[in-house]
Write a protein that binds this ligand. Sequence first.
Ligand code: SD4
Length: 341
Amino acid sequence: MSTRRKFLRSSVAGSAAVLSGQSLLAMQEVPYPVTKGNPIVISTWDFGKAANAEAWKILSAGGRALDAVEAGVKVPEADESNQSVGYGGLPDRDGRVTLDACIMDEQYNCGSVMCLEHIMHPISVARLVMEKTPHVVLVGDGALQFALANGFKKENLLTPASEKAWKEWLKTSKYEPLMNIENKLYNKENDPMPGGINNHDTIGLLAMDTNGQLSGACTTSGMAYKLHGRVGDSPIIGAGLYVDNEVGAATSTGVGEEVIRIVGSHLVVELMRQGHKPEAACKKAVERIISRSPEKAKQVQVGFLAINKKGEFGAYALQPGFTYAVKSGKEETIYKGKSIY
Ligand code: SD4
């Protein structure tokens, strides 16, 4: 199209926008052009690298972002050395491994399971909730019953290493979630929760496929040694994960209670809708946590990770120590997230 014709088209669209609400909506798409043909996957923490690699197999073959995010997070779910997600996850204070996961696609469909026991891949159960039921969330026994009815195998997810860590913790039963804070608040010698809590991470993974479609997944064993039945932000749509295919997607990690209070991931997406770049949107969400819980915010870790429709990404955390992994046609990188403190 000639420059002149392009100019005419945009000025017609511009004047129409003043007149009609519908055109105004169309105009809103301008800051978020779809980057077709440039798939990308981003995920929380260093171990996101292996998850990204799995997701990338699907994305680079032209597959759907939804399939990529599910395949990606299944890697840490099945990794017994990862004590914060799926199999091998640290148990609650009663010694039970209870898992939380959710998934969201490019059409605002979403599914979630909370406090699910005995199932290696809660993310796949969450996807089935989304695709095969009229519901969004299944919890506890109901989620397990649904999983078993759909062919999932009942397994023991408590590994000897996690059981040992839990028994060690039982000696003091002290619950102080100072997660992944890479500063004076934490050192191994005075670890209040020995046995892995300070390496306790959730995986939130966001992907854009070759068609420019976004999806996300988030899965965790939650806070180690939590009260039985406690659910964090991770499986809560809007808190631990949100995908708005018009604007972008966001996910979170850290102390879920603080994220739930501000509906963090949805907030990040709405801030991107208002024009903020992903990193700035994540920073503003972190600042919101500080403004809501100023004292608590100094003690705990929360990190947000986001991507917009241009494929731009960014992150921000309360404390130093938050990392995230990125894989695209251009790079395979682990970034250090910036932090307020
Ligand atoms: C939760 N947000 O259950 C999760 C835990 C987590 O890094 O992300 N840990 O609150």
